[in-house]
Design a protein around this ligand. Structure first.
Ligand SMILES: Nc1ncnc2c1ncn2[C@@H]1O[C@H](COP(=O)(O)OP(=O)(O)OP(=O)(O)O)[C@@H](O)[C@H]1O
Ligand SMILES: [Mg+2]
Length: 226
């Protein structure tokens, strides 16, 4: 069996809004293994983004346990320090969002290499030219984001998420800003990276066609796995 990368027990997130308590994620038990490609689906407000942020150590749960690659991130109400969390985010995760968040004044190549602007861990770096080729961006490396199509922008964001060889790619509605042809293209790229490069992926999407590319589809409703 492959390595367990993420394990949760009773993971919950409750938002307190004065008189009202919103249970965004409700006692989720989940396991992710190396090489998995999982998609979370469910209606708007079902807790997909909140859960993804918890799993990616971007947000703090209200209760429950989270273990990532053998490290207890949250356990018995205790959390790693902010400094340790930063290291986990940097070394284990690559994040892809609906709004690509490219830096407009940097070229494609510079955007892909951006993670290294913040820390010097170049020993894990993939070859940027090889990565660009794999994502069909070789001819765009010196371009600025504004000169790209939406699909190309998202491919740059995926390359940036991958450059440091994270263990897990988290993608929240990565095709939300793309037309159906570009969406299919991104979905195919993710599926191929999972199959050929063994990349572990968690995908959040409304799009059933995109979700269907995953090996496992998990439906959320009212913060619960159904
Ligand atoms: N910062 C917040 N404060 C209060 N409530 C929040 C906050 N963030 C999310 N929520 C609530 O938590 C629930 C889950 O939200 P979440 O964004 O995780 O849903 P989602 O499944 O990603 O929805 P969508 O498909 O629209 O992106 C919703 O009821 C939402 O209103
Ligand atoms: Mg969402």
């Amino acid at each position: 069996m492959s390595q367990v990368l993420i394990q949760t027990h009773g993971l919950s997130k409750v938002y307190d809004r004065g008189s009202e308590q919103i249970v965004a994620v409700d006692k989720v038990d989940f396991e992710l293994r190396a090489g998995d490609f999982v998609s979370f689906v469910g209606p708007s407000g079902s807790g997909k983004t909140t859960l993804l942020h918890l799993l990616g150590c971007l947000d703090t749960p209200s209760s429950g346990d989270l273990n990532v690659a053998g490290t207890p991130i949250f356990q018995n109400g205790k959390s790693l320090s902010e400094r340790q969390l930063t290291g986990i985010r940097r070394d284990l995760f690559g994040y892809v969002f609906q709004k690509f968040y490219l830096i407009p004044t940097l070229t494609v190549k510079e955007n892909i290499l951006l993670p290294f602007a913040f820390h010097k861990r170049a020993e894990n770096a993939l070859d940027v030219l090889e990565l660009a080729q794999r994502l069909g961006l070789s001819h765009r490396l010196t371009h600025l984001p504004k000169e790209l199509s939406g699909g190309e922008m998202q491919r740059v964001a995926i390359a940036r998420a991958m450059i440091n060889q994270p263990k897990i790619i988290l993608a929240d509605e990565p095709t939300g800003n793309l037309d159906s042809k570009r969406s299919t293209e991104i979905a195919d790229i993710l599926a191929d990276l999972n199959k050929s490069a063994g990349l572990t992926i968690i995908l959040v999407t409304h799009n059933p066609q995109l979700a269907a590319k995953a090996g496992r589809i998990i439906e959320l409703r009212d913060g619960r796995i159904v």
